[in-house]
Design a protein around this ligand. Structure first.
Ligand code: FE2
Length: 284
């Protein structure tokens, strides 16, 4: 069995709106105890490690995260979130975390793990405000999914999930910031994969599960988010176990558990519009 521990939106630093950055480092101590007990194959940090301030302070905060996560013995793969690249470049993050932060494939037993490190920066000009999706990132993801002969598990910071954002403190009134632009184009493309595909992201600060055209989309709650926990941090981290099932379990004050069979996809052509069917079929 493969075990992957996931942590999202640590947001270390001064508190910002409902993000309880002041609790991040002590919660990471608890996280490290969990890691030591579970001994996963790897850890994936889904990004937004800090509450950004300015370049000098952001470097200090990122280094604190690096030091703290190094206290466990398991390799952590990092993905940058939008707050990690407000004042720092991806290259500066690479130097702090001593690893490449480009898109990456990890082959583990009979599974393909994709770290989709698409641009998570929010751009602001006179006529544009939001995320941009780089065509090369789209092509890379699509090729890796479509060419896979084994089940695929994708990790990113920003989701492409079709899940509703109604009720979300940050994104109900800002839905275009809750996923990549044109996410439906990506979903319509990877849904043609022959292998099972599971896609886990951070960013939206709550747990969600949705499926579209046979693909499973998940988002994981932030470690320190408090908007849905009466002002207290959610203390969330997750674990994915892979064998003949895909099991995603989120711990903390907002637990969720999703267990799905991993089986070859059964694609069908949906029935046409009811109004075009003859009377006999309508009766059925
Ligand atoms: Fe975040």
């Amino acid at each position: 069995m493969i075990k992957i521990i996931t942590i999202a939106d640590i947001h270390c630093g001064k508190n910002s709106l409902t993000k309880r950055g002041d609790t991040a480092l002590s919660l990471l101590d608890e996280f490290n105890l969990f890691v030591d007990k579970e001994k996963p194959d790897l850890i994936i940090d889904l990004g937004d490690r800090i509450n950004d301030i300015d370049k000098k302070n952001d470097i200090i905060l990122q280094k604190e995260i690096f030091k703290k996560l190094n206290e466990n013995k398991i390799k952590t793969y990092h993905i940058c979130g939008n707050h990690d690249v407000v004042n720092l470049t991806v290259k500066e993050n690479e130097e702090i975390f001593n690893q490449s932060l480009e898109n990456e494939v990890i082959l583990l037993d009979n599974f393909k793990i994709l770290l989709w490190r698409a641009d998570a920066k929010t751009y602001r000009t006179d006529d544009f405000f939001g995320f941009k999706i780089n065509e090369m990132d789209f092509i890379w993801l699509n090729n890796e999914v479509m060419n896979s002969k084994v089940p695929v598990i994708i990790f990113s910071h920003v989701p492409i999930s079709p899940a509703s954002l109604i009720g979300n403190y940050y994104f109900q009134n800002n839905p275009s910031f809750g996923s990549y632009p044109n996410s439906s184009r990506l979903r319509n493309s990877i849904c043609k994969a022959s292998m099972p595909v599971f896609f886990l992201s951070g960013h939206v600060h709550w747990n969600s599960f949705s499926q579209e055209d046979g693909i499973t989309y998940l988002t994981q709650q932030s470690l320190t988010e408090s908007f849905s926990n009466f002002g207290k941090p959610a203390k969330s981290w997750g674990q994915i176990s892979l064998d003949n099932k895909f099991l995603w379990k989120v711990y903390g004050d907002e637990p969720i558990e999703i267990s799905l069979d991993i089986k070859k996809r059964n694609s069908i052509t949906p029935l046409g519009s009811f109004s075009n069917l003859n009377q006999d079929l309508r009766a059925k």
